[in-house]
Design a protein around this ligand. Structure first.
Ligand code: NAP
Ligand code: MG
Length: 403
């Protein structure tokens, strides 16, 4: 069989610990036998970030801008305990944070559904993708406690020095105050990323806020979404047969619970923080959750939502057997390769990506799975296998599909 050729390199960001081990095995067992893999490789493993003073993270983000698609392995975000472990000269920042800042992107998280693992909300038969705005609001706030009464005001000084004042509250006693902001450009970028991703997945986009109470702040989000939709996306959505839908956040929550899934739910920063944990827990497992960062100008970075699975890695180092779930990392690769295939018009690459995902789900539905899923699955014939045996079981099915 001839291997599938790629024309543009995929940006490959290697990572840390157990996921770094899985990364290599996924390539060796499931990808390179079928695809003449063409990647531009960046080693974001912590040792190499230290060697390059984190320059490698910046370079990998710039390469992603240049080529348009990246696939990323989970990486360690150093804390105090990592300083001696990796002999670090600095507590390097989270690579995800650095990359997100450079690409100015929105993160979309989607659960991977599989027979035998029922969500806690059984009507959710299709995935719900959460899009979280990653700038501003309470995450960039200023707040203070005030004592003994007094007047709190909101003051804006424009470029010419003119002040606009608004009373917040006349305090009779002790209390608290909070100031927060957002910027139109960031909200607009968020809106475009959501609409573009809706077109990509051919799924409806929902957005909700509390504009009835927050008549300026939340209303600004609602208006920007509406203006951009009308001007740039209305026709494209109609052609794709999908909808943009705005509602109040309370109403959205009720509708989400009653829904069957199958849409993108755009959330303001805080709502997205809370709702993405609720949604991922309800679907069952962080190891079955993919994540893609999409920039407003259409650059994509695919990854798994979970971390480096440190505890399994230490077992692996001691020569003990592990049963680590590689599904989210496999789907990061398939997502990135499919996107590369779409952009470069290589249908064989897209078909391969579809088959890789199908073979992975088929393996679990046939009862072959890693320990985390074994605990959740209701299949009667289920069987727990180790990390590598799981990949080999997927490849048996993939090889048959690729014939
Ligand atoms: P984690 O790697 O997500 O793992 C937490 C626990 O969840 C594991 O110990 C394991 O439970 C279970 N788990 C997660 N993924 C699994 C998988 N694929 N297969 C089976 N079980 C899985 O989170 P962490 O241990 O808190 O963080 C470890 C490192 O990852 C940290 O250095 C953190 O900075 C980094 N991190 C990176 C990213 C990223 O790059 N996107 C995201 C989050 C965290 P059991 O041990 O009970 O089996
Ligand atoms: Mg959170």
């Amino acid at each position: 069989m001839e291997k599938i050729k790629m024309t543009t390199p995929l940006v490959e960001m290697d990572g840390d610990e157990m996921t770094r081990i899985l990364w290599q095995w996924i390539k060796d067992i499931l990808i390179t036998p079928y695809v003449e893999l063409n990647t531009e490789y960046y080693d974001l493993g912590l040792a190499h970030r230290e060697e390059t003073k984190d320059q490698v993270t910046f370079d990998s983000a710039e390469a992603t801008k240049k080529y348009g698609v990246a696939v990323k392995c989970a990486t360690i975000t150093p804390n105090a305990a990592r300083m001696p472990e990796y002999n670090l000269t600095q507590m390097w920042k989270s690579p995800n944070g650095t990359i997100r800042a450079i690409l100015d992107g929105t993160v979309f998280r989607t659960p991977i559904l599989v027979k035998g693992i029922t969500p806690y909300i059984p009507t959710w038969t299709k995935p719900i993708t959460i899009a979280r705005h990653a700038y501003g609001d309470v995450y960039k706030n200023t707040e203070m406690q005030v004592k003994g009464g007094g007047k709190a005001e909101l003051v804006f000084t424009d470029k010419d020095g003119n002040e606009t004042r608004q009373l917040i509250h006349e305090f009779k006693g002790d209390g608290v105050i909070q100031g927060m902001h957002n910027v139109d450009a960031s909200i607009a970028g968020f809106a475009r990323a959501c609409f573009n991703y809706g077109l990509d997945l051919k799924q409806d986009v929902w957005f909700a806020s509390k504009d009835t109470i927050s008549k300026q702040y939340d209303h600004r989000f609602k208006d920007i979404f509406a203006e951009i939709f009308e001007a740039e996306y209305k026709e494209k959505f109609a052609e794709a047969g999908i909808e943009y839908f705005y509602t109040l956040i309370d109403d959205a929550v009720a509708r989400v619970i009653r829904s069957n899934g199958g849409y993108i739910w755009a959330c303001k920063n805080y709502d997205g923080d809370v709702m993405s944990d609720m949604v991922s827990t309800a679907y069952g497992s962080l190891a079955m959750m993919t994540s893609v960062l999409v920039s407003p100008d259409g650059v994509y970075e695919y990854e798994a939502a979970h971390g480096t699975v440190q505890r399994h890695y230490y077992k692996h180092l001691k020569g003990e057997e592990t049963s680590t779930n590689s599904v989210a990392t496999i789907f990061a690769w398939s997502g990135a390769l499919r996107k590369r295939g779409e952009l470069d018009r290589i249908p064989a690459l897209c078909e391969y990506a579809d088959k890789l995902e199908k073979a992975t789900l088929q393996t679990i539905e046939d009862g072959v799975m890693t320990g985390d899923l074994y605990l959740l699955s209701t299949l009667e014939n289920k069987q727990k296998v180790n990390s590598k045996a799981f990949l080999e079981a997927i490849n048996e099915r993939l090889a048959a599909m690729m014939q």
